[in-house]
Design a protein. Structure first.
Lengths: 763, 80
């Protein structure tokens, strides 16, 4: 990639063009069409908003395009919304002030879209209006006099059709002309009393604040700029502002109504005679579809169907791809095992790094599929309807309809679910959804449930018991998540109820390129930003399980295991030979050979027990005891920090069965050998627990307490990494881990203690 | 003059007043929910809330609690 600055220096510095518009105006489509493939997503400190940038060469000019977040107005209510305003005002610490602002508007709804355009006029930057969707307007019989409009607005107006690339050349020329002339549009004049108050504030703040900022402070009660100025000028400014608003109310210009009234009145005058519409608006496709898609019965059925297909696709269609990634990881591991000599390096590469990279990549199919769906649903306009249909239900737990899809996706996996919270505009709602999404019962919990249910709830129980237990485990997530959301919204995330006004945009054909682009961006961002943290967590746990790798006599475990494996192989051959030749072995020799066969597993178990993590498990045993666990279970739980399903493999290691692949624990086993290993683990768990004073007495409470713990805990480094990425803070992932682990511990404690008491009473 | 949330599907009217928290009134204003504008109820969500309305060329969804502050003078349906 050649640096844009270098190219530009040979001609002029790059032309900086910001793209502003309402959501659902085809802004992203225009951005993609103008900037082509060279794009980058940038983050800003302290906010969750992302700005997309693109670079393109047009003739001799290098352009730097900035895609501002879609917004209906420039009245910032949060630090997130302030990013765009700061940038447009040229007050951003990281971004240069744009040379030109393109205001993209929808030809079928000009009046409302020009509202934001008139706000852009106040910023003192050259503006070019791009009127998009001219084909849709034509289809509805709307005719617009573009030249006349340009004259009345005082800025260039270019009709375009972004999805087909129509009018883009004229738009480019208009933008360059505007950049060269630097002609600043005339802001709309507000009624005299309002302008007087702005002047008064300007004097009171010693002319230090730009008029735009003061106008917004006056207009946006409780807005972000008001808060900023209050913190800068203190209480005297509060009184000043209040007095000004009181005077405005007395003069019949009360805020905030004055702004909308003034702007809409101005727009209406400007549009007078320039737009021809059919006298009776035609019944559009949106009208017809909406009658159906928001219908009491049909709307609900279609919604359920759409959600079912989406859920199935991330749950099942992603499976073959995930298996493929798992297979690739296994193949690469084998190559490394052959290429490197045994030792810490080989183990780090195969058990730490490759496993870690595999653990990152394995999420990609689900993320790509989910984001493909979200982009499709948003682009065609259905997303808003889905939120509309579900809003009532979600409002019961203090959220809105927009939280439904992220939470539903989390049943497959919290990682794509948390990424999907980007559809939620309200920062507090989004955060609440992020924090409870990991409580939904994800697919990584399934191997844990199936293993324990298979070991303890199958033999001696009616056929329906295993299913019931599994159902109960899922219900834990479905009931606890909304409860926690409600509690969070009432305590930590308390604040004034956000406005749930939602536009239901017209239905439109989705654009394949923007969908592909969204999928690509989501996948890339996940791998780069969250992937590194996941990898680091995997390597950390690998090291905790690997070191120290020498036994009490100073002999290396890996070497002893390698030697034992050679012996085991010989023993296996000897046993086979004797069976084939029907040549009975003496009982002592047979026992000796069988012991040799098991020696490698015994040694790895020894190794893991005395590893740092094993030591921690034993040290923390007093903590696990009230849950009915011994240090082995506790250690396996600690080792599952990177991902819940790892507990299965660790249990296999500690119980001397060898590493059990969590993927083998499923309802429909495919690999008989792996399935046999799982069965052996189940048997061993039963046998080991039967020989233990606590667990033999209360096997069911112990199994339940372990399952309940996994239902509620946050043993998932990937989830924490994604929370860190989405909230741009370490506090929220730490908070999630602490609250979920506490919750899981207390619930497991209650489960075991109550279960044990019940069992005692029934005896 | 009645609150918007009491309107039925297909009913329309002229907005006379918009009350509520400043942030809500501002957002409604941005969408064109202003005194003097015509508003039409297009439907209700399957669970009865929120409601869907049309103002100008925009379709909006708002919760009934938010709609309660929008006072509308009902208009008779046009005689066909």
């Amino acid at each position: 990639m050649s640096s844009p600055q270098v190219i530009a220096s040979t001609t002029k510095r790059p032309l900086i063009v910001a793209l502003a518009g309402n959501p659902n105006t085809g802004k992203s489509t225009l951005f993609n069409a103008l900037s082509g493939l060279q794009q980058r997503v940038g983050n800003y400190p302290g906010v969750t908003v992302e700005l997309k940038k693109g670079w393109v060469r047009h003739g001799t000019r290098q352009w730097e395009l900035i895609d501002l977040p879609g917004t209906y107005s420039l009245a910032p209510r949060s630090p997130d919304e302030m990013v765009a305003v700061e940038l447009l005002l040229g007050r951003s610490s990281t971004e240069p002030v744009p040379d030109v602002v393109i205001s993209i508007v929808d030809a079928t709804n000009l009046e409302r879209h020009l509202y934001l355009t008139t706000q852009l006029f106040d910023l003192g930057r050259p503006v070019v209006v791009a009127i998009n969707m001219i084909d849709m307007a034509a289809a509805q019989g709307i005719r617009i006099d573009y030249a006349g409009l340009s004259q009345r607005l005082g800025v260039p107006v270019v009709p375009i059709q972004a999805n087909r690339g129509i009018g883009l050349e004229s738009l480019r020329q208009a933008v360059e002309a505007a950049a060269d002339s630097q002609q600043i549009p005339q802001p709309i004049t507000f009624p005299e009393p309002f302008e007087a108050e702005v002047t008064r504030l300007y004097q009171a703040t010693h002319q230090a604040e730009p008029p735009f900022v003061l106008r917004r402070a006056l207009l946006d009660t409780g807005g972000h700029i008001e808060a900023e100025l209050l913190s800068r000028y203190g209480d005297s400014f509060r009184q000043l502002l209040q007095a000004a608003r009181d005077r405005l109310a007395a003069a019949g210009c009360s805020v905030p109504g004055i702004e909308a009234r003034t702007r809409y009145a101005w727009i209406r005058t400007a549009l007078q005679g320039l737009i021809q519409r059919p006298a009776i608006p035609p019944v559009t496709w949106t009208d017809r579809l909406d009658r159906f898609l928001t219908h009491r019965v049909w709307g609900t059925l279609i919604f359920l169907l759409v959600m079912f297909v989406m859920f199935q696709s991330i749950f099942r269609w992603a499976r073959p791809l995930m298996d493929l990634i798992d297979g690739g990881r296994a193949a690469v591991t084998e190559v490394v095992q052959d290429a490197l000599p045994p030792g810490p390096l080989r183990s780090l590469v195969s058990d730490g790094i490759i496993k870690g990279v595999g653990a990152v990549l394995v999420f990609l199919p689900q993320i790509l599929i989910l984001f493909g769906f979200i982009a499709l649903l948003e682009d065609c306009g259905y997303m808003a309807r889905a939120a509309f249909v579900m809003d009532r239900l979600m409002s019961r737990c203090g959220l809105s309809g927009k939280s439904f899809i992220p939470l539903l996706s989390s049943v497959a996996c919290a990682v794509p679910g948390i990424l999907a919270t980007r559809v939620i505009e309200h920062p507090r709602d989004r955060l609440a959804t992020i924090l409870v999404a990991p409580l939904m019962s994800c697919s990584a919990r399934l191997p844990v449930y199936i293993l324990l249910i298979g070991a303890f709830f199958r033999e001696g129980y009616s056929a329906w018991v295993p299913g019931l237990v599994l159902f109960a485990m899922y219900m834990i997530g479905f009931t606890v998540a909304p409860l926690v959301a409600l509690i969070l919204k009432r305590t930590l995330l308390r604040g004034e109820t956000p406005v749930f006004l939602l536009e239901l945009p017209p239905y439109r054909w989705p654009h394949p390129y923007s969908i592909a682009r969204r999928m690509y961006d989501a996948g890339r961002a996940f791998v780069i930003r969250a992937g590194t943290i996941i990898l680091a967590a995997m390597i950390l746990v690998w090291a905790l399980l690997y070191f120290p790798y020498t036994d009490a006599q100073g002999q290396s475990y890996p070497e002893r295991i390698a030697a034992a494996e050679v012996n085991a192989e010989q023993a296996r051959q000897r046993l086979q030979e004797s069976a084939e030749l029907a040549e009975p072995l003496s009982e002592t020799e047979r026992q000796h050979l069988l012991a040799q066969l098991d020696e490698p597993q015994r040694l790895s178990a020894d190794w893991k027990r005395q590893s740092w993590l094993g030591q921690a498990g034993r040290g923390l045993e007093p903590l696990f005891r009230p849950l009915g666990w011994d240090w082995k279970i506790g250690m396996a739980v600690l080792a599952s920090f990177p991902a819940r399903e790892v507990v299965v493999g660790t249990l296999g290691l500690i119980y001397e069965i060898g590493e059990v692949e969590a993927a083998a624990v499923s309802e429909q086993p495919t690999d008989p050998e792996a399935q046999q290993q799982v069965n052996r683990l189940m048997q061993t768990l039963r046998r080991e627990w039967a020989n233990d004073p606590v667990r033999s007495r209360y096997p069911i409470p112990v199994a339940l307490s372990l399952m309940v713990f996994f239902a509620l805990c946050c043993q998932c480094a990937s989830t924490l990494a994604v929370i860190r990425r989405e909230t741009h803070s370490w506090f929220w992932p730490a908070f999630t881990f602490v609250y979920m682990t506490t919750l899981a511990y207390l619930a497991a404690l209650l489960t075991f203690q109550a279960g044990a008491i019940l069992l005692e009473l029934s005896r | 003059m009645r609150p918007l949330n009491t309107f039925q599907v297909g009913q329309r009217g002229v907005i006379r007043r918009v009350d509520g928290p400043p942030a809500l009134v501002q957002r409604l204003g941005e969408f064109g929910v202003l005194e003097g504008e015509t508003i039409e109820v297009l439907g209700f969500a399957p669970l009865g809330d929120p409601m869907e309305v049309r103002v100008g060329a925009s379709r909006l969804s708002l919760r009934k609690a938010e709609a309660a502050g929008v006072l509308v003078e009902p208009q008779l349906p046009p005689v066909s």
